[in-house]
Design a protein around this ligand. Structure first.
Ligand code: UD1
Length: 343
C-alpha cells in the first residue's frame, strides 16, 4: 500500500514508518517538525534500507494537504500528528483545538476530496477520564478531563459521525496507554524538546546526566508502593498495532476502537528500578508532591485487540528499559546538537 503518515517524524511515527517500510509499503511522512526531527526520518530510511518520502507541512493547511494527496496518491492514512502535553493544553487550549481538531478536520476533508477513506487515528487512554472502573474497555463511556484529552475525544466523535455518514469509510481509533522504549538498534527513540513530561524520558535524562534528580510525582497514592500505576508498552508493539489495524481495515469497512496496552499496571518506582537495572547504576530520585490531574492507577483491557487484530504487547518491561537506555546512551542529546540549548 501507499501510506501517508502524519507526525511520521515523531516518536511513535518513526517506529511506525520503519515497520511499514520493512513490510514493503510505500510511505510519505507529513510532519511540521514542531516536536520532532527530520533526522528521525533519515535514520528510519537507513534502518529499513529504503526511504520514506518526507514533506514538511502543517496539517491545518488544507491546500498543502491537497498537494500532498495529488503528488503521493496514498491508499490510507495513519494520523499521528498532534500536540500532546496536558499542562500546555490547559494554558493554550486554542492551539490544541486548532492543531488537533481543526487539523484532523482539514485532513479528513482532503482525504474525502481524494477518495481516500481509510484512516488509523492515534487516540489516548486519557479519553476514559476518571469515572470508569479499571481496567478500561472500549465500550465504556468516555469523558476526558483536560483540553488535550478533549481534543482526542472530539476527534473520536467526528470520526464516528463520519463513519455513520458514509459506509465506505474504514476507521480505526487506537487508544494508546503508555508507549515506552525505543527501537532495539538504538538509532531512533523518543526525543522530547525542552523538559520532558513523560516518565521514561525523564528517568533516562537523569541517567545520562542531562538532569540531576528524577522526581517521583507523589508517593502517597493508594497503590502497592504509593506511586501511580500505568500500563506501559513497548513502542515497537505500538507500531505493530498500527500495521495490524490497517490489515483489519483492508477487510472491514466501519469504525473500530481498540486499546493498545499490556493489560498490566506498573508503578513509577518499579519502572525506575527496572531502568536502574538496565543502566547498571542507581538513579538519584526524590519523591515530591502529586502532579495535578494524575489518576492513581490506569491499565487497559487489551483483549479486543487480541480478538480482532491478533495483536498483543509482546515485549517486557526490561526490554523497554534496555532499549530506551541504549537510545539515550547512544544519543545523549537526541537527534541534533541544537538540543544542547535545552540542557
Ligand atoms: C500523560 C498524560 C496523558 C497523555 C500521555 C502521553 C497527564 C495527567 N496525562 O499520561 O493524557 O496521553 O501523557 O503524552 O499528564 N511521573 C513521575 N515523574 C516524572 C514524570 C512522570 O513520577 O518526571 C509519573 C506520573 O506522575 C505518572 C507516570 O509517571 O504517574 C506516567 O506519567 P506520564 O509518562 O506523563 O504518562 P501519563 O500521566 O500516564
Amino acid at each position: 500500500m501507499r501510506i501517508l503518515v502524519t507526525g511520521g517524524a515523531g516518536y511513535i511515527g518513526s517506529h511506525t514508518v520503519l515497520m511499514l517500510l520493512e513490510a514493503n509499503h510505500d510511505v510519505t511522512v507529513v510532519d511540521y517538525l514542531s516536536n520532532s526531527s527530520e533526522e528521525a526520518v533519515r535514520r528510519v530510511g537507513q534502518l529499513a534500507g529504503r526511504e520514506a518520502a518526507f514533506v514538511r507541512a502543517d496539517i491545518t493547511d488544507e491546500k498543502a494537504l491537497d498537494d500532498i494527496f495529488e503528488a503521493h496518491y496514498p491508499d490510507a492514512v495513519i494520523h499521528l500528528a498532534s500536540l500532546k502535553a496536558v499542562h500546555e493544553s490547559v494554558s493554550t487550549p486554542l492551539d490544541y483545538y486548532f492543531n488537533n481538531v481543526a487539523g484532523t478536520i482539514a485532513l479528513l476533508r482532503s482525504m474525502e476530496r481524494h477518495a481516500v477513506r481509510t484512516i488509523v487515528f492515534s487516540s489516548s487512554a486519557t479519553v476514559y477520564g476518571d469515572h470508569n472502573p479499571k481496567p478500561f474497555t472500549e465500550t465504556m463511556t468516555i469523558g476526558a478531563m483536560n483540553p488535550y484529552g478533549r481534543t482526542k475525544e472530539q476527534v473520536e466523535n467526528i470520526l464516528s459521525d463520519l463513519g455513520s455518514s458514509d459506509e465506505r469509510w474504514r476507521i480505526a481509533i487506537l487508544r494508546y496507554f503508555n508507549p515506552a522504549g525505543a527501537h532495539p538498534s538504538g538509532r531512533i527513540g523518543e526525543d522530547p524538546q525542552g523538559t520532558p513530561n513523560n516518565l521514561l524520558p525523564s528517568i533516562a535524562q537523569v541517567a545520562v546526566g542531562r538532569r540531576e534528580t528524577f522526581m517521583v510525582f507523589g508517593g502517597d497514592y493508594d497503590t502497592r508502593d504509593g506511586t501511580c500505576l500505568r500500563d506501559y508498552l513497548h513502542v515497537v508493539d505500538v507500531a505493530e498495532g498500527h500495521a495490524a489495524a490497517l490489515r483489519y481495515l483492508e477487510r472491514n469497512p466501519g469504525v473500530y476502537r481498540w486499546n493498545l496496552g499490556s493489560g498490566e499496571g506498573t508503578s513509577v518506582l518499579e519502572i525506575l528500578h527496572a531502568f536502574e537495572a538496565a543502566v547498571g547504576t542507581p538513579i538519584p530520585f526524590v519523591i515530591t508532591s502529586r502532579r495535578a490531574g494524575d489518576l492513581p492507577a490506569i491499565w487497559a483491557d487489551p483483549s479486543a485487540a487480541l480478538t480482532d487484530l491478533g495483536w498483543c504487547a509482546t515485549k517486557t518491561l526490561a526490554q523497554m528499559c534496555e532499549d530506551h537506555w541504549r537510545w539515550q546512551k547512544n544519543n545523549p542529546l537526541g537527534y541534533t546538537v541544537a538540543h544542547q540549548n535545552h540542557i
